[in-house]
Design a protein around this ligand. Structure first.
Ligand SMILES: NC(=O)c1ccc[n+]([C@@H]2O[C@H](COP(=O)([O-])OP(=O)(O)OC[C@H]3O[C@@H](n4cnc5c(N)ncnc54)[C@H](OP(=O)(O)O)[C@@H]3O)[C@@H](O)[C@H]2O)c1
Length: 247
């Protein structure tokens, strides 16, 4: 129960790595604000089932991460509860389809940056202010091996994750004096909707470099996020942890 009694905000909670993180956190004893883009009865039922299974609270919260007004309203609704926010996990992200750099429009680059970097920056700003005031917190960003190593035909995605990596290292330095830690995981190829949308040829190519010779599971990323969120990693900040089956 490494997260017993902690309260965590997790974005991208409806599916993939975000959904797995909600379940992992609940199983380790955390209460979760599960953030999804839109209100959805199936999501509400799913979150209630997770809460009942582990005996914790899972509160659905709705906002599109690129909509500043919606995000502000959601943050205010969380803040008004006057419960400590121990953990923020920025999972929501997009990859977009692969296009050669020379054919990638500026609009597409801006769109991917808006979701993967600007939205993460704004939410982190709101929540880190509250964490700084309470003098504790752990923030975990989801980067990607693309942000560390590059990825063919994914210029804007790799750049957005590169920005997350620099931002993580930078904020770790800025927030350490408030006892707020900032780390990131850099997943390799994970079996989610996003992972499965990768072109078959590219997938084969990436897999040939994975020592464990298989795709990762969202739960395997979620467990590393839980470790970084917990006090088990209390002397770690500014780190980017690869979760890629060995490459
Ligand atoms: N899968 C991989 O191989 C892999 C590898 C490295 C890094 N990552 C990173 O891991 C994170 C999660 O990816 P995943 O594989 O779990 O992808 P996924 O299955 O496609 O899920 C993406 C999640 O982000 C949410 N989202 C996207 N745009 C949003 C917006 N504008 N507002 C609110 N929510 C939004 C989606 O919400 P909806 O359900 O409403 O669409 C969904 O819950 C991403 O940051 C991704 O870049 C994934």
């Amino acid at each position: 129960m490494i997260l017993q009694g902690k309260n965590a905000i997790i974005t991208g909670a409806r599916r993939g790595i975000g959904r797995a993180t909600v379940e992992a956190f609940a199983s380790y004893g955390a209460n979760v604000w599960a953030c999804a883009r839109k209100a959805d009865p199936a999501f509400e039922m799913d979150m209630k089932a997770v809460a009942d299974k582990y005996g914790v609270s899972v509160w659905p919260v709705y906002f599109d991460v690129t909509n500043e007004t919606e995000m502000k309203t959601a943050v205010n609704s969380i803040r008004k509860l006057k419960i400590s926010i121990d953990i923020l996990v920025n999972v929501a992200g997009i990859a977009d389809d692969s296009t050669s750099f020379q054919m990638t429009s500026l609009e597409k680059i801006k769109h991917v940056m808006a979701v993967n970097f600007f939205a993460v920056s704004l939410l982190t700003q709101y929540i880190s202010r509250l964490m700084a005031r309470q003098r504790f917190g752990s923030i975990i960003n989801i980067a990607s091996i693309a942000g560390l190593d590059g990825a063919p035909a994914q210029y804007e995605y790799a750049a957005s994750k590169g920005a997350i990596i620099s931002g993580t290292k930078n904020l770790a330095r800025e927030l350490a004096s408030y006892n707020v830690r900032v780390n990131a995981v850099a997943p390799g190829m994970i079996a989610t909707d996003m992972g499965n949308q990768i072109d078959e040829e590219l997938k084969k190519n990436i897999l040939s470099k994975v020592i464990m010779n298989r795709l990762g599971k969202p739960e395997e990323v979620a467990d590393v996020i839980a470790f970084l969120a917990s006090d088990l990693s209390r002397y770690m900040t500014g780190q980017i942890i690869r979760v890629d089956g060995g490459m």
